[in-house]
Design a protein around this ligand. Structure first.
Ligand code: 0O2
Length: 244
């Protein structure tokens, strides 16, 4: 390979690496935010709405596939603007109401900008897919300056997650061309999963009742804590012992 071409290749590889690292850092920022919420809920509110959290970076191959599919020009700026799911964080919650609880807790954070919100829980896809999707932009502070990085956040219940992971496997097994009888069965399974979510939510409500949300201002101590919330703390036996 001629020297000039080799040098160009090295520069490009380094730029690509820098580009992908920004997504990794953006993903880490969002994962940290989710982890803080998870710990706060668990230790301070004695209720943990989050079952698990996973994150992934798209592979270079998958980014290239998407560049071709979206007819995106192979320039970093254009890729950052058009391909917004290079970094992804998936939050799996216990109940449907938790999906919105987590979405609200994240989107009211000042340093996150919501670029897109798709509510496939309220309006499932025709195949039965349900999840709440957010594309948020998070600032990443590098030694050279700040980069705003888009991160896709998928928030769903355990039942939605179970269905989606099975459907994903079936979709790939048939290369996207799922036979009609299997597509029908998947739709029925999605309806069953949605019913299960409704039943579990109602059971949860019967057992724990509807808890009043803690106002944002209370977290910074700027308003007095109302009696109802104090009663709720007492009811849940919240202790103020050190967390670690
Ligand atoms: P992967 O491997 O999970 O990343 P887009 O093509 O993403 O620009 P789209 O399709 O409008 O635009 O985005 P949408 O609807 O927000 O979906 C993006 C992601 O949601 C997908 O990413 C899947 O992870 C998930 N998803 C969406 N629809 C379905 C579905 O019907 N079944 C399952 N199992 N997952 C779904 P990727 O890139 O397809 O895959």
């Amino acid at each position: 390979m001629p020297d000039a071409l080799l040098a160009e290749f090295h520069v490009l590889r380094e730029e690509f690496s820098r580009f992908m690292f920004a997504y990794k850092f953006g993903m880490d920022e969002v994962t940290t935010k989710v982890s803080i919420l998870q710990q706060e809920f668990k230790h301070l509110q004695k209720y943990n709405p989050i079952e698990h959290v996973a994150s992934r970076l798209k592979t270079a191959e998958s980014v290239l596939d998407k560049i071709a599919r979206k007819q995106c020009e192979p320039r970093f700026e254009e890729i950052r603007a058009k391909i917004t799911d290079i970094a992804g964080v998936r939050v799996t919650c216990s109940f449907t109401s938790d999906v919105y609880l987590i979405s609200d807790a994240l989107t009211r954070q000042d340093d996150l900008t919501v670029l897109q919100r798709k509510d496939y829980v309220a309006e499932p896809k025709p195949n039965g897919y349900r999840s709440l999707h957010l594309i948020v932009e998070v600032p990443v502070f590098l030694s050279s300056g700040v980069v705003d990085v888009p991160v896709e956040i998928q928030i769903r219940t355990v039942a939605m997650d179970f269905w989606a992971s099975l459907e994903h496997k079936i979709f790939y097994k048939y290369s996207g061309d799922v036979p009609p009888h299997i597509a029908r069965s998947l739709q029925e399974a999605a309806t069953t999963a949605a019913r299960l979510d409704d039943e579990m939510e109602s059971l949860h409500h019967d057992v724990h009742g509807a808890l009043p949300p803690v106002p944002v201002e209370m977290a910074n101590g700027s308003i007095p804590i109302p009696d109802a919330v104090l009663a709720r703390f007492a009811q849940q036996r919240v202790t103020f012992a050190p967390l670690i």
